[in-house]
Design a binder for this molecule. Structure first.
Ligand code: RIB
Ligand code: CA
Length: 313
């Protein structure tokens, strides 16, 4: 079965790895990419998405979206993790393409309405574009085939605060709307992505298999690997965003649970995703009233990391 997808992204080193999978996997029909600030400014995200499609020789629409969070003040992009250019500060070829004139939200709404019940939204950055699309046309809740989100954390703790994962922390208000909208949604959070390590040996296979795109992935990986080695003491990187596509194509590599999500939008726990398992009672109803979704609690990290390399090698 082929999956028509819209890929919402803030490329970003691990986003680029996932975009390569979206561009290359025979079972993915990449209808377009929508860009958001997060790892980089939104203009840089758009530039990088256009470049990646260009290096893959693919004509893919790219629609620019959110430049800032819905409510909170924006934090500076993490240049120490992804580089100022979002791709490990490696020299980049010139981009000879233009983005769509439509906004990300308009592109999402138009595409979902053109192909009802067929399109899966895969979002791997802060969720402002999906929140804006819901605002523009709430009926897409019943028209998408599904929504797969890289973000959040159930038992794993946070990566930008003790409790919050970066995409949720960057725009908790957008996350709160998107994770409780009532559309069919799977959250692929740190409980899954922290089980995966893309090793240098994986990246060597990817580089050999992807030509100029492979050289970009390898060069940007080197910068990201230094961050992981210095701050987390591991030799490699967590391929967070590729895990969203791994779940879509190889769900058997993940363990999920069904329940209710809510997002903390202010205070010390801002960006934390709270999960109430289906049927579990708590002292008050409020954690169990949002629409049911699926969350990843475990993942076969070795198999997923090997799958990523196999797809791109
Ligand atoms: O927490 C990891 C997420 O934040 C990934 O999507 C990464 O690209 C960053 O956006
Ligand atoms: Ca990302």
């Amino acid at each position: 079965m082929t999956h028509p997808i819209i890929f919402d992204t803030d490329p970003g080193v691990d986003d680029a790895q996932a975009i390569a999978i979206a561009l290359r996997h025979p079972k993915l029909e990449l209808l377009g990419m929508t860009t958001t600030y997060g790892n980089v400014d939104v203009e840089v995200a758009t530039h990088n998405a256009l470049l990646l499609a260009q290096l893959a020789g693919r004509e893919i629409p790219v629609a620019q979206g959110a430049a800032a969070p819905l409510v909170k003040r924006r934090h500076a992009p993490p240049a120490h993790i992804h580089g100022a250019n979002g791709l490990g500060d490696i020299p980049l070829p010139a981009v000879n393409r233009q983005a769509e004139s439509r906004s990300a939200a308009q592109f999402i709404v138009d595409t979902v309405n053109e192909r009802p019940a067929e399109v899966t939204l895969v979002a791997v950055g802060p969720l402002g574009n999906l929140a804006a699309a819901l605002q523009l046309d709430p009926t897409i809740i019943d028209k998408v085939k599904g929504v797969v989100i890289m973000g959040g954390s159930i038992h794993e703790g946070g990566n930008v605060t003790p409790v919050a994962e970066a995409n949720m922390f960057n725009d908790p208000d957008a996350a709160a709307r998107v994770l409780t909208a009532g559309w069919p949604l799977t959250l692929v959070g740190l409980d899954a992505t922290h089980r995966c390590v893309l090793r240098p040996s994986h990246m060597a296979r990817i580089e050999a298999g992807q030509g100029e795109l492979g050289r970009l992935l390898a060069g940007s990986y080197a910068f990201y690997r230094d961050f992981y080695h210095e701050f987390l003491g591991i030799d490699g990187c967590c391929p967070h965003d590729s895990c969203a596509l791994a779940w879509l194509l190889q769900p058997e590599l993940f363990t999920t649970a069904r329940g209710h999500l809510s997002v903390v939008t202010d205070g010390a726990a801002e960006g934390q995703t709270l999960f109430a398992p289906e049927g579990r009672g708590f002292i008050e109803e409020r954690w169990s009233t949002t629409p049911l979704v699926d969350v990843c609690l475990e993942a076969d990290g070795q198999a997923i990391s090997d799958w990523i390399a196999d797809v791109l090698a």
